[in-house]
Every structure is written in structure tokens, then in C-alpha cells.
Design a protein around this ligand. Sequence first.
Ligand code: URA
Ligand code: CA
Length: 438
Amino acid sequence: MHAVDLIRKKREGKRLSRLELEFLVHGYVQGEIPDYQMAAWNMAVYFQGMEPEEITDLTLIMAHSGDTLDLSAIKGSKVDKHSTGGVADTTTLVVAPLVASLGVPVAKMSGRGLGHTGGTVDKLESIPGFRVDLGPSEFVTQVNGIGVSLVGQTGQLAPADKLLYALRDVTATVESIPLIASSIMSKKIAAGADGFVLDVKVGSGAFMKTESDAVELAKTMVQIGTLAKRDTVALVTDMNQPLGRAIGNALEVKEAILTLHGEGSGRLTELCIELAVEMLLLAGMTKDPQAIRSLVELNLKNGEGLRKFEELIEAQGGNSKVVEDLSLLPQAKYTRDVFAPKDGYITDIDPWALGLTAMDLGAGRETKDSPIDLAVGLELQTEVGRYMTENSVLARVYANDPEALVRATASAAAAFTLGERKPVVPPTIYRKITAKDV
Ligand code: URA
Ligand code: CA
């Protein structure tokens, strides 16, 4: 087999066999196929696409290119959740304990943040003492004990994806639905769950800018999951404005705690409930979504979800008193409010701009080794569709550096658009994609 023939074959729009894909991916990982050939093949995929079985073959080859997690020692059906990346999206911190509080195990490995969307692992590290570096056996033992564990990535999951993603990043081939879908699903499959609930974001703050692209990505991932014998569903959800109110690590932990106290914002709470319902349905709790939704809502109201979060923090060495005393979280030195420049309806809140503002404050990483400041970020005080009077507060900036505070106040203000007409507010959830839809 020769790489040049496989590039030509894809250039002509033909399907590659599993053996051919193995030749390419293994050859690339082993350094036998050079970057320029792999890049040419990626570009051919960008223009010609791939067939569902072909994408699934690629996904499984990448999933098995390194370590894979074995969760079989955990009793019950393990369902993982994945978001394609949003701003003010702290759903994992709410959904994981909520689902576990209803008796379904959650064994979740999360990444650190890169760029303007925060990573779950960074957020958890803002809880004093919290350890994200449990070994595999400690992780499994904890899930069997209290039903939930949230840890950082260990081992080398899907190293082929890591190499390919870095190559795509510098060859203008990230924006290919088969390549994005296989990249995400390879890492999820390597992390060992039996089923997946995918949160595919759409809008100005997301990878996918249009609903039709987001639906296509969602369908492609559901198809891969199904062909790979994992129960998979996707929700296509809005990222035309930030999901919740907080952007920044400790601030998002605070928002998660408030949400588990039943005091979260409407949109974040709505999505957390839906994601929890989908996870519990996939885990086979019952077949009745209404009954499950009532139980999820109950455990948000009666504090059972919060109690589970407290147990999780304690089990991983953190100070669980944070759930009742938010001042135990890292606090920024300076705060400043962003005011409405005039009366009017909020017609747009640009999530991308606010994500970059939080990053400039130090809440996110520019490269994978940059340090982050857990205390800084933004808290929104409004949402799209709300009427604001001149000088009312749109957002609060939290900073540890006076110059960054000034910069962030100006750039946050520019992220809000006010107008005279009440805008149409996008729904939080656009649609659900199941195996039946693909
Ligand atoms: N996220 C991933 O993990 N992979 C992609 O290709 C795009 C987004
Ligand atoms: Ca917007």
C-alpha cells in the first residue's frame, strides 16, 4: 500500500477500507507517513467527505491508537456526556452529581481548558484541596462507593487524534464534519463509557455557526456511536449568548453550587435538567422521560444533588464546606461593574468576545502550558431579551490586575448590544437527535 494512492482515492471521492485507514493512521503515528501526505489526505476528506462506516472505522482506529479506559469494574451502565465547547457552560459540575444522586454511576474524565472555553478540571481545582489526579483504580473504587468521580485525563487517550488535530489546525482542515466527529468520538470511546449524551453547540460562540451544520455534526456523531455499539443521543443547543452567568473557573463553581441549590439561571438549569434526563434514559433507569424529569427536578429542589456534590468534593480531598460558604473559593482582588450605556432591550451578548475577555483576565489558557488564574472572570447580570435602563449593571468583572480590570471592563461592555425592539430570543435547546434520525 502507498499513501499517495490513498490520497488519490479520497481525492476522487471513494471510500477507504478499514485496512487502508489503518495503514494511514498507524503509519502517521509511527512517523512513517510524513505530515505533507497526511495533510493532503485531510484536505481530500475536507472536500470529498466520508461515508458513515468509513468515519466509524477511522474513529475506532484512533480510539485504539493508545490507552483505553476499562470501566467494566463499575456496576451498571456508564453514560458519559460531552459538550463541543461553550461559554459559561458549567453543566458537567451540576449534571454529574445530579445523575449520581439518582443512582446512576458517573465516571467522567475531563480535559483542561484551552482557548476561551474553560475545562472542568480547572474549575474543580478552584475548590481548595480538590484532587483531579486519581489513578484508575482509585477512580473506579470511588464510583463504586459514592456513584461519581470527576478526574483529569490519565494515560494517552487517542494519541492519533492528538497528532492529527495539531496537523489539521495548521492546514485549514479543522472545519470538516467527518474529521471533527471522528476526533471527538475517538476520545469519548477511548474513555470507556457504554453510552454518550452529546451537547452540540450552535451559534456565534460555537464551532458550528448554523443550525444545519450543528445538526449534521450531531447526526454524524450519533451515527458513529450507534455503529460502534454505544447508545448515543445529541442535543443541539444554543451558543448565541453565554449559557449561564459565570465565565471563569471559581465563578463557574459558584454558579454550579447555586444551581444545585435551585438558584441557577433559567437557561443553565434548563439544559442541566435535559442533559441529566437524557443520561438517565440512556442508562436505562426507566423508559418514561416525564417520570425521570420529575425525579431530576425533585433532586434539584430537595438538595440531594447538592449533597452528592458535597460527597464528591470530600471523596477527592476538597473542602466540601464550599457548598455552603462560597467565600472559601478563590476571590479576586478587584471587581468593577459594566453599565448599560442607554435604555433598551439586550439584543445580543457575544459569547466569543466575553470568552476572550475572560481569557485576557487570566481565566483561560493561550497555550497548553500557560498558568491560569482561578479567581478571575465575569458574571453576567442580564440575558438576551431583557429590558435594561441606562446605568443598570450588565456584568461584573473580577480581576487580580488593575490594568486587566480596565481592559476587561471596556471589552465586556462592547460585547453587549442594546436596541429599541424586543428581540426574538433563541431557544436553549433546538432539537434532539437520536439513532432514529440518522
Ligand atoms: N474538538 C475536537 O476534539 N476535535 C475537533 O476536531 C474539533 C473540536
Ligand atoms: Ca450573539
